[in-house]
Design a protein around this ligand. Sequence first.
Ligand SMILES: [Zn+2]
Length: 283
Amino acid sequence: MADKKIKFSAVALSVIFVILVYALLGKHDGYLRVNFFDIGQGDAAFITTPQGWQILIDGGPDASVLAKLGEEMQPWDRSIDMVIATHPEADHIAGLIDVLKNYEVSYIVESGLRKETSLSNIWREAVETEGAEVILADSPKRIVLEDKTYIDLLWPLEGHDGEVSANPNNSAIVAKLYYGDRSFLFTADIERWAEQNILANNINIDADILKTPHHGSKTSSSELFLRAVSPEAAIISVGRKNKYGHPHEAIVERFNKMKIPVLRTDKGGDVILESDGKNIFVP
Ligand SMILES: [Zn+2]
């Protein structure tokens, strides 16, 4: 869906227009839909809001995200409203480079942090070529999408634009998506250090659904962090038989002990959840 603006000046008119478009297409049902794509070892989550915003958080390790987008989007729809690039690691941004080549993207959310890799440089060039409006995650901020739908950028707390880091995991973007009474927390690849600092800063990470940090690595998902999120379910986005041994068995065990159901992309494929703003369900 193209031509979305974050702040509508004529809200009523825009809403009516969007409802008409989706009534005509017959696809949209007024639910929030989040699809955690099974794209192998990496992260890629595609969000469709009740009024049709399309948002992609990370793009996985390769072009396989394009086939996934093809299944979620109408064939004539060649635009994505917003791409969030959490941090410049290959398993998150490599697929996004293909997304920018193939779709018109209106907004790119990123920290601007770089890594000394050719892929990180290619990503920088792709962002410049795209000409999208860049929103820097350099302080906590709220992106209002619709009346009851918004995204809070919770982390990092300060700017990293132009900085180079060998390990950008702890500066990765943590974002919380709200629809009505429900919320989804996306934690990218943050590790224990970032988790502790998020807790120390009293950032509200309480959420119904948790995208588990760093593919279930044992360096993340500390017990205090999980208690603060207190999710009804956790998603682990992870490749089958990956070389890192993700998710670590101690983390799976921790979720079991805390009675948090876990949904894994390596076991069940795409994890799709929908919400009417009051409940979250598997469609
Ligand atoms: Zn990762």
